[in-house]
Write a protein that binds this ligand. Sequence first.
Ligand code: UDP
Length: 396
Amino acid sequence: MISSYPVPVQRTSERKRIIFVSGTRADFGKLKPLIAKVNDSGEFEYQIFVTGMHMLARYGSTVNEVIKAGFTNIFPFINQDSSVSSQMDMALANTIIGLGHYVREFQPDLIVVHGDRVETLAGAIVGALNNILVAHVEGGEVSGTVDELIRHSVSKLSHMHFVANEVARRRLIQMGELPERVYVIGSPDIDIMLSEELPTLAEVQARYDTEFSQYAILLYHPVTIELHTIRQNANHVLDAALESGLNFVVLYPNNDTGSEVILEVYERLRGNPRFRVLPSMRFEFFLTLLKNSTAIIGNSSAGIREAPVYGVPTVNIGSRQINRFHYPSIVNVQDSKPAILAALSELPNSIVPSTHFGTGESAKRFMEHLHSLSFWETCPQKQFREHPENQYTILG
Ligand code: UDP
């Protein structure tokens, strides 16, 4: 059942209370395995605060994917409308207000946030300002745009960190986080990626009306610090896709500032039988599509963190994922038609599947921490881990 607002919640037991904050399809695929384990355990009371793009019809109303996943404790909150795209700051402010009211009612012991979205930052701010523990999933990673700044800011506001690997762990410790509060669990989406329960390609094709036997995926987001070139860049990407002769499944970008320009450029694809344009696909269906694709092109994290797990080549365009992860399957190119076409004509092959971001069982590891007493004894007053060369004398 979807709750209506506001919800007066009486504590019915001594069970710990957890709020998961989900703002987009991009975080839901990673939170979903964790929520499922929490749900199945029956040991916690939990709610999913669903907001952001999930609530926008233009972007596929992906709140329905949260509902279809079988979760019942959903609190939907509209933090923006789709009439304006340059409202990331407003969306942040609105989410703080909505979630702020909600935590006063639900009184959680823990807020779980993921990644680098403004809704993630809102979750961390509300937790930190209300002495509620915040757990951040997928901190310690570097990328491009404002995303990286948000991710590191969330890390500083979070009390515990569930990271994908040792590299991310070391970065957080470098940022002054306490080693004992940084837990390597792997990237939770890999639990689903490697599961044997993904739909077949035939099921994906039937559901999303795609008939291509061979195809690439195009997933291209705005780069929020390069808005002046966004139309030109999106046109270069599209020119290359058109000239490549390949079939494409094109997924809408996220709703960051500038996304409406990309959507306008995609109008050029209308009626072209080589292109199937979709707002969004259900996570498991997207994964099967990815697994069977010739390549993924664009600047989505799916090309960096997920395609290598399946050994699928990536043409990673522009600066959005700069510095994130280098792997033989990932070809980095500028937003230029010749560069994209050249990369598409010489895609890497025989790629060994990557285990850099994990090998599955992240949700199991997550639960082990939730079961530990010391986890819940984490002090809401964070400590900065001082650099060993800084010797302070505390003056009386
Ligand atoms: N994804 C999905 N459905 C889609 C497109 C992407 O579930 O139609 C997932 C994808 O598997 C990955 C994440 O969303 O886990 C990446 O999202 P996106 O490209 O929207 O954002 P980014 O992470 O690059 O900011």
